[in-house]
Design a protein around this ligand. Structure first.
Ligand code: ADP
Length: 162
């Protein structure tokens, strides 16, 4: 039987509990989820692409057989098709995410009609959570244990020693 695969693309700089929630929920719906770290977002990133991939693999170590962690550059829709997938999975938090996501989803559909973007609403505890806010709290020496798994906390502490 054909496997239903979703690609969950993003910067993941670094992965947060909000992302992990979307991955777990994605795995309830799809046979396989590919977490795809965008290489072109490295310029302004805190962690290199390789670091981000390593951190995601460590954070998701228990979920390995139906979860793949990869990188991509170039057109996302082409990468999605190369994975045997038809679905781009994205998370939506506040209304402020909508405009941006709407534009990208429209553009991706214009480029490759057969690729669908599906959105999952954030779970209540993570509605305010973003990689940027986590980096800001970390840079100020704040406690991040509620927002990220221990492996991410450790990686952030190495970037921002107290
Ligand atoms: P990008 O730079 O592509 O927006 P991110 O790593 O910031 O990449 O986010 C990847 C995806 O995860 C996006 O769809 C984003 O909306 C979603 N996301 C980020 N944080 C959360 C959260 N707390 N709850 C739900 N979805 C989230």
């Amino acid at each position: 039987m054909k496997k239903h695969i979703a690609v969950y693309p993003g910067s993941f700089d670094p992965i947060t509990n909000g992302h992990i929630d979307i991955i777990h929920r994605g795995l309830q719906v799809f046979d396989e989820v590919v977490v795809a770290v965008a290489r072109n977002s490295e310029k302004k990133a805190l962690f290199s692409t390789e670091e981000r991939v390593g951190i995601i693999r460590d954070a998701m170590a228990d979920n390995c057989d139906r979860l793949k962690v990869d990188t991509f550059d170039g057109l996302l829709v082409d990468y999605v098709l190369s994975q045997g997938a038809r679905v781009i999975l994205r998370g939506l938090r506040a209304v402020s995410d909508f405009e941006y996501e709407f534009q990208i989803a429209q553009m991706n559909r214009a480029v490759r009609e057969e690729v669908e973007t599906l959105f999952m609403m954030t779970s209540v505890p993570y509605g305010y959570l973003s990689s940027s806010i986590v980096k800001e709290v970390a840079s100020l020496g704040g406690d991040m244990s509620e927002f990220v798994p221990p492996v991410v906390e450790k990686a952030l502490r190495q970037k921002f020693p107290i």
